[in-house]
Design a protein around this ligand. Sequence first.
Ligand code: MF3
Ligand code: CO
Ligand code: CO
Length: 246
Amino acid sequence: MSVDSPQELEALRATGRVVAQTIRAMRRAVRPGITTGELDAIAAREFRRAGARSGPQLDYDFPGTTCISVNDEAVHGIPGRRVLRRGDLVKLDVTAELDGFYADACRTVAVGDARPQALKLVRTAEQALAAALKVVRTGAALNEIGAAVQHVVHGRGLSLCDGLMGHGIGRRIHESPEVPNHFDAELTTPLTEGLVITIEPLVASGGPRVRMARDGWTVRTADSSWSAHAEHTLVVRERGPVVLTT
Ligand code: MF3
Ligand code: CO
Ligand code: CO
């Protein structure tokens, strides 16, 4: 969607706050021994308290409140009985709907202390997102985002997962445009004032290929290498992005 009134902006900000607060609550609870289902229950409680609903449930009948993906699981992991262990990397991908407006964000968290290579993945995903946010402004070309993400990630010898990318958002989880994590020379369309999008680098330590698991939801890296994911929802403005999910 494109924001065209202060009321719409305020509604999106409210959803963004719920998402940020939910990720914070989940993050605080991450420790060896907790299950992904227990983390999801924390999100469900935060949503209920805020009067928000799960975007993945509403739009896709996803079997969980949030997507929780561990280690070689890149995205759309189903929360359940899996017990987190020291050194795991857990991706908390949270999409809320409040009063008809959606916001989407993800943080990758190490359980206890992580290996240096795992921390490098997390830092690279965060820095690629930060670099992409710096190029966002009204009139910038859509492919400047992918160029910025790719520059950071490939510069460190890491991969970007095939086919996983940011997207328009607002009245649904997934709206146009697609926001690729790679430079695409064709994507010169300018970002327009008020456009609401996510940016979400998905960084893997091995190759870029991914595979769908038998559960029909979880997307894993094809070579079982670990991945990290960082995501924010933002509004495009002349002076730069207004990040809604911090
Ligand atoms: N949060 C995911 C994203 O970043 C969307 C999950 S919807 C699901 O795009 F149904 F696929 F889980
Ligand atoms: Co997401
Ligand atoms: Co998203």
